[in-house]
Design a protein around this ligand. Sequence first.
Ligand code: ATP
Ligand code: MG
Length: 389
Amino acid sequence: MKEVLLLKYGEIVLKGLNRGYFNSILESRVKRALKNVQGEFKYDYAQSTLCVYGSDDADMDEAFEKAKKVFGVATVCRGIECEKDMEDIRKKLLENIDDLLGSAKTFKCDAKRSDKKFPLKSPQICAECGGIILEARPDMKVDVINPERVISIEIRDRAAFIHGNGEKGAGGVPVGSSGRAMLMLSGGIDSPVAGYMIARRGAAIDAVYFETPPYTGEAAAMKVQTLAEKLTEYCGEMYLHSISLTEIQETLVQNCKEKLFTLLLRRFMVRCASRVAEKYGAGCLVTGESLAQVASQTMQSLAVTDSVATVPVLRPCIGLDKEEIVVRAREIGTFETSILPYEDCCTVFTPKHPDTRPDMAEILEEEAKIDVDGLVERALATDHFVKLG
Ligand code: ATP
Ligand code: MG
């Protein structure tokens, strides 16, 4: 059948006067998602729906799967376009009836008439179409409470559409409509999920990875790159920065109290990441921290790391249990990579008894022993990046 994909908007519908802006971002995101799908696609926006028309050779199955992953799309339906008259609706309904009903045994019709000039009202359209279906497929039963299929007939301004049950889209708002974020991306399970969640709220993402060569190796760096590459499927292009913390780590080990290593290191990470964020136009940092998950994620520890940030630190996983984060990681396809056993700079230097209730005065005392500014500058000088996606 000659299909059209109907991409129903989620929250964009709420955006009032900004709607035009959101539409154009969403359209460009969908275009990007379909870039390598076979066929030519045309786009038309009307009444909270982006219609995607494929050329005759278009791979609509793949286009459907790709469109579902675009943030800002609440539901995707595979529909058929008709002229706005009951004769054509009847004809198309009959031509496509088996595809529309699938293996269902019960159905109901649902009509939306946004063109109020259409001669039949919604209940009449439902009754007509229900009758057409029952006549052609006497094996079907109407069930208005719990139907296996809902056959929707939408009379819109430009044309009419028929479609079956839609599938859930990725939700959220289109990437790029909420600014840019700098994700602190380790090789762990949590930070890729945090990046995904913030991208889903509309932020474009760049990432920064802290390495400590030779304590952490090329394989660990490649693992992080693989994770970042995976995230680009959702968030589009990103720059992945890599910064060496080796001098910082070694300085901490030689000069500072072991129980504070992790926190002192995290403060350096946040200082460096803030600087990278400012330099490349990101308005916030994003981390995968979850309250109380480990020693460095107690409320007191978070306060200690936050205090050196010069941009807000967003922590979308803060209220999630590890198990919930794992479920997300599996869904978005990062879990298998995250559990590959490569060293992370935090794990190489983990203190045996980390402080869970750090005292700010003590932290500052330890930092007074070392050249914080110089260490940050020299770490930033090691920044090198790749463009992904
Ligand atoms: P993750 O699973 O994301 O590694 P985690 O539970 O292991 O998180 P930590 O190792 O304490 O927790 O790190 C907390 C957060 O700090 C991470 O989610 C990440 O955002 C950031 N982070 C930790 N290590 C690095 C690193 N090497 N490079 C960049 N960011 C890091
Ligand atoms: Mg980690």
